[in-house]
Design a protein around this ligand. Structure first.
Ligand code: SIN
Length: 283
């Protein structure tokens, strides 16, 4: 029996789980981790120092692993993606608000990031609650969005300044996702559009979509909805891509940073409400 203690990081998302080890993946630990993850959207676990094998074991306990087709894999561990910043690099992977793999027909459920090499300062990761974001919107807008779908594409990786797989076969074209999704496990409602991968609303042109998307991005990433994870050596962070967006802060110029990421597969996303009138409720 492990002695896990949970401390909230912020009002709308994020929690720290301490006092236990992910090396011992007993049923109680898995329950604590998944329960906290689905409730808080993001959990950070200090002092874990996971080996690639233990990282993989944790991911497999949560679901199937989905290989990111754009990132460089960790040598000898093709299912682990390197999230690497070299000291001379100006842009970083994930340095804008986004949702991992929203461009896949069955988008990733969970991402698990393990700190391998940290800069002497900076490099924090921010997360924003997309279920709280929905509640900030006025009921009329929420109701309209509840009936809408949006297109997501991996095209933003093309010509990236980052070292990424540029093989034309890696690009899969657009997929349509509900704008307000129902969390497949808890049933929670969350906004599901992001600046890196959403291209336009279904049935709307890119130009017509842009002002409303810009408004939603401003609302859904505002500081009151966020938590900030300050990385420490050996820390592991899990987030639920159906509940939060994230942003990697590129404020450590001249220094290296290396994280290992495993992404756990998700399922097709359903709209939160078949009957959109339920979205009229609330504030
Ligand atoms: C990512 O977007 O998956 C990377 C986040 C980070 O490096 O902090």
């Amino acid at each position: 029996m492990q002695n896990w203690t949970l401390t909230k990081l912020a009002g709308h998302c994020g929690a720290r789980l301490s006092g236990g080890s992910l090396q011992e993946l007993d049923a109680q630990t898995l329950d604590v981790v998944t329960g906290a993850l689905f409730e808080h959207g993001v959990i950070c676990l200090p002092d874990q120092h996971l080996t690639p094998e233990a990282h993989t074991h944790l991911a497999r306990a949560l679901g199937d692993i989905v290989i990111n087709r754009f990132f460089t894999p960790v040598p000898d561990h093709p299912h682990i993606a390197e999230v690497r910043t070299k000291p001379d690099q100006g842009v970083v992977i994930g340095g804008t608000w986004h949702t991992d793999h929203s461009y896949d027909a069955e988008p990733a459920a969970i991402s698990i990031l393990s700190a391998r090499e940290l800069p002497p300062f900076g490099g924090d990761t921010h997360f924003a609650s997309q279920s709280a974001a929905l509640q900030v919107l006025s009921p009329g807008l929420r109701e309209m969005l509840g009936a809408m779908w949006a297109w997501h594409s991996d095209a933003s990786f093309a010509g990236s300044a980052l070292e990424m797989n540029q093989d034309p076969d890696a690009y899969h074209g657009g997929v349509r996702q509900p704008v307000v999704i129902r969390h497949p496990v808890t049933g929670a409602a969350a906004l599901y559009v992001n600046g890196d991968f959403t291209t336009h609303f279904d049935g709307w042109s890119v130009a017509d979509s842009a002002p409303l998307l810009a408004h939603l991005y401003a609302v859904c990433t505002q500081p009151i909805l966020t938590c900030r994870v300050a990385w420490r050596p050996g820390m592991v962070v899990l987030w639920d891509n159906r509940l939060v967006q994230h942003y990697a802060t590129a404020d450590y110029a001249g220094h290296a940073r290396l994280m290992h990421r495993i992404t756990v597969a998700g399922s097709t996303l359903a709209p939160w409400a078949e009957d959109i009138s339920v979205l009229r409720g609330g504030k």
